[in-house]
Design a protein around this ligand. Structure first.
Ligand SMILES: *Cc1c(COP(=O)(O)O)cnc(C)c1O
Length: 376
């Protein structure tokens, strides 16, 4: 099976992991955790980075730190991976969905502005949903597939309406907007190192921020909120959300490879774009000139989505439809969904992601493109 986006362990992973096993530094503290955090902060251009057990737990901790609770809403795009909304629900809050832009596949900022202008009111420096008077403390933009929306506009809308920005930048390691790295715009940003992401630690995540207090708090909360170095005194309800040293060892090796992976992802998308140009109605995600995306997961849009999915998967070339829009999942059908034409549903029914592991060969890429062309 040609994996959609599989791990590529072609650097120092084995060496660093072996060192952990040989020395016994496998668990919750260790030099690799510190090094992985430093490398990530350096790469993302933030002052601090705090490693976590997954991208989902990174998002959860960010929301906990902002005091988000069951009386709140958090604004999120209607097309995202479920982890965004699961993290919101863990706090008891409800996601409030904004429809997706049909070209960039990010949250539609025209709709967001209309929503904020017409449906919310500002009181005492906070944002409230007019219909039920509940607070909306946070907006969580998701950099879907490593693309980024107009962040200048999003940040100014958020500031105007008193919303804290927590970036779900879990898909956007190596993506930039006007030269600034994804995850460094909001008060807090997050990364994921799940097996299908651009780099992987098997499983893992990271919180990035320029705020020293929040960075310390994140470390505290992810390590059971222990407040005394010797005695088991804990000053609040904490979480066991830390990344283990053996995973961080893999992370350090993968960070060393990230520039190579980014180059390869760009070659892959360039190949697909040129090879599939003029093939049926195929379109790619539109990226603004302000954005330099990581092209984590090349995805095409076509009326023949089901046919392309079938031919590729029948030939053991793993491909996947876009996520089912959040408002269509049974947990969220009753949630607020702000839309005009339900473009999320259209994208869900037309988009599919195609094989793009960084270790895919050019012959394999050609094989995928040829199979897609066969459909047309
Ligand atoms: C991968 C991902 C996450 C976090 O996933 P984990 O598997 O928990 O690391 C969160 N949001 C989005 C949009 C993702 O793609």
């Amino acid at each position: 099976m040609l994996l959609l986006s599989g791990p590529n362990m072609c650097g120092n992973e084995w060496k660093y992991v072996k060192e952990c096993l040989d020395t016994g530094w496998v668990s919750s503290v260790g030099a690799y955790v510190d090094q992985f955090e430093k490398m990530t902060a350096g790469f993302a251009g933030t002052k601090y980075a705090v490693a976590t057990s997954s991208g989902t737990t990174a998002l959860h901790i960010c929301l906990v730190m902002m005091g988000v609770n069951e009386n709140d809403y958090v604004i999120a795009p209607n097309i995202t991976f479920i982890a965004t909304c699961n993290a919101i629900k863990y706090t008891g809050a409800n996601p409030l969905f904004i429809d997706t832009d049909e070209k960039s596949w990010q949250m539609d900022l025209d709709l967001l502005e209309a929503f904020l202008t017409n449906e919310t009111e500002q009181r005492n420096g906070a944002c409230y949903y007019k219909k039920d008077g509940k607070r909306i403390p946070v907006i969580m933009p998701v950099h879907v597939l490593g693309n980024i929306c107009d962040m200048d506009r999003l940040m100014s809308l958020a500031a105007k309406h008193h919303l804290i920005v927590i970036e779900d930048s879990t898909e956007a390691l190596g993506s930039y907007y006007k030269g600034k790295h994804a995850g460094s715009f909001g008060l807090l940003g997050t990364f994921s190192y799940n097996g299908n992401k651009i780099i992987t630690t098997g499983g893992g995540g990271m919180i990035v921020t320029d705020d020293e207090v929040l960075a310390k708090k994140a470390k505290h909360l992810t390590t059971q909120a222990k407040s005394d170095p010797f005695e088991y005194i804990h000053d609040e309800i904490g979480y066991n959300y830390r990344l283990v040293n053996v995973a961080a060892a893999m992370g350090v090796a993968q960070m060393e490879l990230l520039p190579v992976f980014l180059t390869r992802k760009k070659e892959i998308i360039a190949f697909y774009k040129s090879e599939l140009a003029g093939t049926g109605d195929i379109e790619f995600q539109e990226v603004s000139d302000d954005v330099n995306p990581n092209w984590w997961l090349p995805t095409i849009k076509t009326n023949r989505q089901r046919d392309v999915l079938k031919i590729l998967n029948d030939h053991k070339m793993q491909s996947r439809p876009f996520w089912v829009p959040m408002n269509q999942l049974r947990m969220f059908t009753a949630n607020v969904y702000y839309n005009k034409t339900d473009r999320s549903d259209f994208l869900y029914k037309h988009c599919l992601s195609i094989p793009c592991s960084t270790n895919i060969t050019n012959e394999e890429l050609k094989g995928v493109a040829d199979k897609i062309k066969e459909v047309f």
